[in-house]
Design a protein around this ligand. Structure first.
Ligand code: GLC
Length: 734
C-alpha cells in the first residue's frame, strides 16, 4: 500500500490534491469552505476543537498573536481529525503586524512601490512568526470618496499608482515562495467596486458601469493577480443589484476565464447570507447556492455553506463538481503556503521575530517618505536658532492615535510619539512645552444665548482632563514656533468610518484658531485616515505636514523632517477638497460635454485645494525643455523633460507623466491619467533629463470585453509635478 500520496511531500501538488479530494466525504469538503472567527484571547473554545476534529472547519480568522494556542488548534486538525488536513489561519495585517507602518494611502504617496514591498515583507515575517499563513491584504479598492472611511486602506485615487503599489504588496507578502516560512498568502480585497458607495456610506450600493469597472476599479486587482496573489476576497457591495459575493461576471468570467486566476475567493464577513438582506436570495440556502455557483469558494463566518450545501448537492441544485473545484482551490493554497509539510510554528521564536531594529528603521524611513509637505513659508526645516517649541494638540503625545485604523498586533507602548521624537532629536538644545489642549473627539459643550443661538461654552474644560485653552495659548505665546498636532481620531476611520463632514473633530479647530491668534509661526501636522477640509489650518499655518496615520515610528520620522535631517518627497495619493460638498472628487474625472464652471453657486471652487500628485520639497525644482521626441526604427516616441534643482538643498522630485486620449470611440477617457513617474534625486544646481516612452501600455485602455486596446489618434501629454499642472503637449499616435 503506497503511503498516503497527499501526505507525501515528494509528490506534485496537483497529484496530492487529487488523492486527498478522492478520500474526502461531502461534509469534510464543506468543512474546508467554512471559516470561523476566533478573536477573543481566552483559552480555546472547546466547541471549536470538536468541530475541527470532525472536519467541519477549514480556516480561522485568528485575531491575536498567540502562536502556542494556534498550534494547539492546529494539532487537533492535523493529529486528531480523520484526514489531518491543516487549518489555514488568516488575519487583517494591513499596514503592519507588530511593526506598524504608515497606512497605505500614505505609503502609496511615496511613489516608490518598492517601499510597500519591503514593508509588507516585514509584515509577512512577523505575521508568519505568530502563526498566520494568510493576510487579508492588500486592499485594492480605488479611493474616490473621502467620506468613506476605508480610503484609509487604499493606495489612493489613481488606478495606475494603485496597481503598481498593490502588485508590490503582493510581492512583499508572498515573496518567491509563500511557503517559505517568511512569506504567506495575500488576499486582494474587496473585489470589486466597494469603494464607490452611495453617499460615502460604508456598505451601501455602488452603481458602476462596465467601462468604469474595467478602467478604474479592476486594474489594481488585475496587476495584483498578475503578481501572483493566491486569494481574493469578494466585497459587501452590489453592482446593478447583484451582490459581489454572487456576481458570476466578476468572480468567474473576469477573474477565472479572462485572468486565469487559480487561487480561491473568500467572502467578506457574513456577506454570503447578506445576499438575503440585499433581497437577492430568499434564504441562506439559496444565498449559499448562488454564491458558490458564481465563484465564491469559501464562506467567512456565515456557516451557510456548511449548513445548507450538503442537501443541495444531494438534491442536485448544487453540482458536486462546483464544490470539488472550490475545495481544490482551497487545498491548493494550503499546499502552496506549506501547511501540509510544516503545519506548526515555532512559538518560542515569536518574541525575537518582531520589532527588529531593521524593521523600525524601515518604519522610520516610511514616515519620512510618506508624509506630504503641503505648505511651507520657509519655516521648515526649523532654524537652528529656535530655542523654544510648543507642541500643542491631542495628537502630539498620543501613542494610540499613531497606530492607525488597522493596527494588527501593534501596541501603543511601541509607538514613538511626536513629543518623544522631538525630544530625542533636539535634546536639551530646545525647550519643548507639550500641551494636549483638548481631546481628539470631545464634543464641544454648548451654551444657549438669550437670542436662542448656541455657542461653544469656553468656560467649560475642554475635556474630562480639565485642560482649557488658557494653557495652550500661554505655551504658544512663550514659544519661538508652535507645532500643532491635530486630525481625526483613528477610531472614526477605516471600516464603518463614514463621515458627512471632513473637518477636525471635537474642539480642535477652536484650539487651532486660539493658538494661531497668538502670532507665532505655526507648523501644523495633520493626522488622518483620509483627506480633510481644513481651510483655516491651510490658510493660517506657516507650514502643513500631512502625516496620514504614520505608525510606530511617527515621532522619529517627523522629527527627521522637521529638523531637516531628512527632506520631504511624498505626494498626495488623494486630492484634497475645499469642502465636503465637492466629494466625490478625484483628478481623473471626465472633461464632459461642457465645463461646470470654476465655482459652485456658493463660491466654493470646483477644483481641489490640492490635486493628486501634489507635494512640496525643501528645495525648488524647475521643469524645462518638455517635448515629444519621435521614435526611430520601430521604437516608441518619448516624452522628455529636463528637471533642475534651483534651490539650496538637495531633494527628490517625483516627476509624473499624464496622458489624455482626445477621442476614444469605445468611451470617453478621463481628462488626465497618470501613466508613469520617476523619483529624481538632485543636488543644488544639478539637472537631469527624464524620458518616458509612450508605449501601448502608457497610452492604452481596457475595452468592455476586457481587451487591452490602444487607438491611433491625438493625445495630450504632460510631464509635471502633479495633476493639473501646465499645458499639455499634443502627440499623434500612429
Ligand atoms: C471585515 C472587512 C474585511 C476584513 C474582514 C475580516 O468586515 O470588510 O476587510 O478583512 O472583515 O476581518
Amino acid at each position: 500500500m503506497s503511503t498516503c500520496c497527499y501526505k507525501d511531500s515528494s509528490k506534485p501538488v496537483e497529484k496530492r490534491i487529487k488523492d486527498l479530494i478522492g478520500r474526502m466525504t461531502v461534509e469534510e469538503k464543506l468543512g474546508q469552505l467554512n471559516q470561523i472567527y476566533r478573536g477573543s484571547d481566552n483559552p480555546l473554545p472547546a466547541e471549536f476543537a470538536i468541530q475541527v476534529r470532525n472536519g467541519k472547519i477549514g480556516s480561522f480568522i485568528w485575531g491575536y498573536a498567540q502562536p502556542e494556542l494556534r498550534n494547539q488548534m492546529q494539532r487537533v486538525a492535523v493529529e486528531e481529525s480523520r484526514l489531518g488536513i491543516p487549518l489555514i489561519f488568516g488575519m487583517d495585517i494591513i499596514h503592519g503586524a507588530r511593526t506598524i507602518f504608515p497606512i497605505a494611502p500614505a505609503m502609496a504617496g511615496a511613489f516608490e512601490p518598492e517601499l510597500l514591498e519591503r514593508a509588507q515583507a516585514v509584515a509577512a515575517k512577523e505575521a508568519r512568526a505568530q502563526g498566520l499563513e494568510w493576510v487579508f491584504a492588500p486592499m485594492c479598492d480605488l479611493a474616490r470618496d473621502a467620506r468613506w472611511g476605508r480610503v484609509a486602506e487604499t493606495c489612493g485615487e489613481d488606478p495606475y499608482l494603485s496597481a503598481l503599489c498593490n502588485a508590490a504588496q503582493v510581492r512583499g507578502f508572498q515573496g518567491d515562495d509563500p511557503g517559505s516560512g517568511e512569506h504567506l498568502a495575500a488576499c486582494l480585497k474587496h473585489y470589486v467596486g466597494y469603494s464607490s458607495p452611495r453617499g460615502g456610506r460604508d456598505y451601501s450600493d455602488t452603481e458602476i458601469t462596465e467601462w468604469t469597472l474595467r478602467n478604474a476599479h479592476l486594474p489594481s486587482f488585475h496587476a495584483a493577480i498578475n503578481a501572483g496573489a493566491l486569494t481574493v476576497m469578494s466585497s459587501f457591495n452590489a453592482i446593478g443589484g447583484i451582490p459581489a459575493v454572487a456576481n458570476r461576471h466578476t468572480l468567474t468570467e473576469i477573474l477565472r476565464e479572462e485572468w486565469k486566476f487559480k487561487g480561491f475567493v473568500v467572502s467578506d464577513w457574513n456577506a454570503v447570507i447578506e445576499a438575503v438582506s440585499w433581497g437577492y436570495a430568499k434564504d441562506h440556502a439559496e444565498a449559499a447556492r448562488l454564491a458558490i455557483c458564481a465563484g465564491n469558494d469559501m464562506d467567512m463566518l456565515s456557516t451557510s455553506y456548511y449548513r445548507t450545501l450538503a442537501k443541495q448537492i444531494e438534491d442536485g441544485t448544487v453540482p458536486m463538481a462546483v464544490v470539488d473545484e472550490a475545495v481544490r482551490r482551497v487545498l491548493r493554497v494550503k499546499f502552496q503556503v506549506g501547511l501540509f509539510d510544516r503545519p506548526y510554528v515555532d512559538a518560542a521564536a515569536y518574541e525575537s521575530a518582531i520589532l527588529r531594529p531593521e524593521y523600525l528603521a524601515l518604519a522610520r524611513e516610511s514616515v519620512v517618505k510618506s508624509t506630504v509637505l503641503l505648505k511651507n513659508e520657509g519655516v521648515l526645516p526649523l532654524s537652528r536658532k529656535i530655542r523654544k517649541i510648543a507642541l500643542i494638540g491631542p495628537f502630539g503625545d498620543d501613542q494610540t492615535e499613531m497606530l492607525g485604523c488597522w493596527q494588527g498586533n501593534g501596541e501603543p507602548k511601541d509607538v514613538v510619539t511626536i513629543a518623544s521624537g522631538l525630544k530625542d532629536k533636539f535634546g536639551s538644545k530646545i525647550s519643548l512645552a507639550v500641551v494636549k489642549g483638548c481631546s481628539v473627539s470631545t464634543e464641544p459643550r454648548m451654551k444657549m444665548l438669550q437670542d436662542g443661538s448656541t455657542v461653544i461654552d469656553d468656560s467649560v474644560p475642554m475635556d474630562n482632563a480639565g485642560i482649557t485653552l488658557k494653557e495652550a495659548v500661554s505655551a504658544a505665546k512663550n514659544a519661538d514656533v508652535v507645532i500643532m498636532a491635530v486630525g481625526e481620531p483613528k477610531g472614526i476611520t477605516g471600516e464603518g468610518g463614514s463621515r458627512a463632514t471632513l473637518t477636525l473633530t471635537g474642539r480642535q479647530q477652536e484650539l487651532f484658531d486660539a493658538v494661531a491668534r497668538c502670532g507665532r509661526p505655526v507648523v501644523t501636522i495633520v493626522f488622518s485616515g483620509r483627506t480633510l477640509t481644513l481651510p483655516e489650518v491651510f490658510d493660517k499655518s506657516a507650514a502643513v505636514l500631512f502625516a496620514w496615520q504614520p505608525g510606530i515610528q511617527a515621532g522619529n520620522g517627523l522629527a527627521d523632517l522637521i529638523s531637516g535631517d531628512a527632506a520631504p518627497s511624498a505626494r498626495l495619493s488623494m486630492s484634497v477638497p475645499y469642502e465636503v460638498g465637492q466629494v466625490p472628487l478625484y483628478y481623473n474625472h471626465y472633461v464632459t460635454g461642457r465645463r461646470s464652471g470654476g465655482v459652485y453657486r456658493d463660491g466654493v471652487p470646483t477644483a481641489a485645494r490640492f490635486w493628486f500628485g501634489y507635494g512640496l520639497t525643501y528645495t525648488k525644482f524647475e521643469y524645462s525643455d518638455i517635448k515629444i521626441v519621435s521614435g526611430k526604427k520601430g521604437k516608441p516616441a518619448e516624452a522628455v523633460a529636463v528637471i533642475s534643482n534651483k534651490g539650496r538643498r538637495k531633494g527628490v522630485e517625483t516627476v509624473q507623466l499624464y496622458i489624455r486620449q482626445l477621442a476614444c470611440n469605445e468611451g470617453a477617457r478621463p481628462m488626465q491619467e497618470l501613466r508613469g513617474f520617476k523619483r529624481v534625486a538632485l543636488k543644488p544646481g544639478e539637472s537631469a533629463e527624464v524620458r518616458f516612452p509612450l508605449t501601448s501600455e502608457v497610452l492604452g485602455y481596457v475595452d468592455r470585453k476586457g481587451n487591452m486596446r490602444v487607438d491611433k489618434g491625438d493625445f495630450h501629454v504632460w510631464i509635471a509635478p502633479h495633476a493639473r499642472y501646465g499645458e499639455p503637449l499634443v502627440y499623434s499616435h500612429k
